[in-house]
Write a protein that binds this ligand. Structure first.
Ligand SMILES: [Fe+2]
Length: 283
């Protein structure tokens, strides 16, 4: 068994190093059913309280390096308008976003979160829960396992992720607000479903589900196919998350535009690997 992993994940409750153990087989079955139906599944108290404190302090030590951005953005994470589209097209609906990331390249070498992300145990467990194999760690050096910081009044409007699968680990919960909302499987490769996306953005709640997350919970989520948002953070306390991500394509990274807007910089890899997506979806 991996000695460091057992100080991070509650392996007694969730022995993810043994995918054939009855406990994990049952858990994988439950997660897979939830992911298929709701594109989202939560495993409570996955991270041990002591490790959570380590993650919290590794983020707080570097809060001054968090890239905060405040801008008006559409659900595809673009700020630029396209007047050739109808006025009510979701690409032309811009929403306020106030959010920050501690980029993955800022993490110390022995970082708790980075270590967890790089374990084969976690990768294989997530792959089994999704029922998708192989999946890969994201090649994007800024975004692959970034800490997300939402300060008071922080808000993350409706959007799709550029990576297929996202884990969300809650590190610190705000006093109020900062609630994750999502619309399962609203788009799929080859079908953007703009009409339904626009309805949600305009305020229709029919498809909207809410997720209650507590510190230490692990959420597995199909962020590329599921419109989602985080409501405004209220009170004095920031909301801290870590968002490690997995992808189907081990080569792809964020587009230069996304990287600049969300992570504050563009690296040579973003320019070298800037090619159209093969799934036909906008990002
Ligand atoms: Fe997202």
């Amino acid at each position: 068994m991996n000695d460091r992993l057992k100080t991070i994940v509650d392996l007694e409750k969730y022995p993810i190093y043994d995918l054939n153990s009855p406990i994990i087989k049952n858990l994988i079955k439950k997660c897979k059913e939830e992911l298929d139906q709701y594109s989202c599944s939560t495993i409570p108290n996955f991270i041990l309280p002591k490790s959570l404190k380590v993650m919290n302090s590794e983020l707080e030590k570097q809060l001054d390096e968090v890239y905060m951005s405040k801008e008006s953005i559409n659900a595809y994470l673009y700020a630029k308008d396209d007047p050739s589209l109808p006025k009510d097209h979701p690409k032309r609906t811009f929403m306020n976003r106030y959010n920050g990331y501690l980029n993955s390249d800022c993490f110390p070498k022995d970082s708790e979160m980075k270590y967890l992300y790089e374990t084969e145990e976690l990768l294989k467990f997530v792959s089994a829960c999704l029922g998708v194999s192989p999946i890969y760690r994201w090649a994007d050096p800024l975004a692959c396992h970034a800490y997300n910081v939402m300060k008071p009044d922080g808000v993350l409007p409706w959007h799709f992720d550029s990576c297929e699968f996202t884990l969300s680990l809650m590190i610190q919960k705000p006093e109020k607000g900062g609630v994750f909302e999502y619309c399962p499987n609203i788009r799929e490769p080859g079908n953007e479903n703009f009409k339904e996306v626009q309805k949600v953005i305009a305020g229709d709640r029919t498809r909207v589900r809410q997720l209650k997350l507590e510190p230490g919970d692990l959420q597995i989520f199909k962020g590329r196919f599921t419109l989602h948002r985080v409501t405004k953070v209220e009170g004095q306390k920031s909301r801290y998350m870590c968002i490690p991500a997995y992808v189907l394509d081990p080569w792809r990274v964020n587009t230069p535009e996304h990287s600049k807007a969300i992570y504050g910089k563009v690296l040579p890899i973003h320019i070298e690997r800037n090619q159209a997506r093969s799934d036909g979806l906008t990002d």
